[in-house]
Write a protein that binds this ligand. Structure first.
Ligand SMILES: Cc1cc2nc3c(=O)[nH]c(=O)nc-3n(C[C@H](O)[C@H](O)[C@H](O)COP(=O)(O)O)c2cc1C
Length: 147
């Protein structure tokens, strides 16, 4: 079965809530869905997936979380990802979303197919935010079905 993988890091649970909602959306379409914290994910999970969602909040100074997500993304950058459908998402607080713009640039340089703009939500997602996450999951999973 074709499947989408959703891999996230979350310190205080906001990006995790987003990830769960992306997964809910993706499951509403008829594809397999794997939802994994980055600590349990491998590069292989990404390479074997038909579509990929990665979530990480703004950390450091507009950076990815440095212990787990940054090394994971660095490892991904060593792989052949051209054409693979991707979406990025994450929570932030006081910044202007620069971490997400930088992250998108990195992924674009690898030739991934960014299905949508990175979805950023301030702090804990509200109902509207969760609905946006579900919608993102639907769009990603719909693409898997059409491949
Ligand atoms: C160590 C640390 C660094 C952070 N750096 C930023 C930042 O550079 N820009 C920003 O907008 N928010 C920053 N934040 C706020 C987090 O992105 C925000 O609290 C987010 O909701 C956390 O998501 P999580 O619950 O998934 O961990 C930082 C938070 C922490 C704890």
């Amino acid at each position: 079965m074709k499947y989408a993988v959703i891999i996230y890091w979350s310190g205080s649970g906001n990006t995790q809530q987003m990830a769960v909602a992306v997964a809910e959306g993706a499951r509403s379409v008829d594809v397999g869905v794997k939802l994994l914290p980055v600590s349990k994910a491998t590069v292989q999970d990404v390479l074997t997936a038909d579509a990929v969602a990665l979530g990480c909040p703004a950390m450091g100074d507009e950076a990815l979380e440095e212990e787990e997500m940054e090394p994971f993304v660095t490892d991904l950058e060593k792989e052949q990802l051209a054409g693979k459908p991707f979406v990025l998402f994450g929570s932030y607080d006081w910044g202007d979303g620069q971490w997400m713009l930088d992250w998108q640039e990195r992924m674009k340089r690898k030739g991934v197919r960014l299905v949508d703009e990175g979805l950023i939500l301030q702090n804990t997602p509200d109902e509207d935010g969760l609905a946006e996450c579900r919608e993102l999951g639907v769009r990603l999973a719909s693409l898997v079905n059409r491949q």
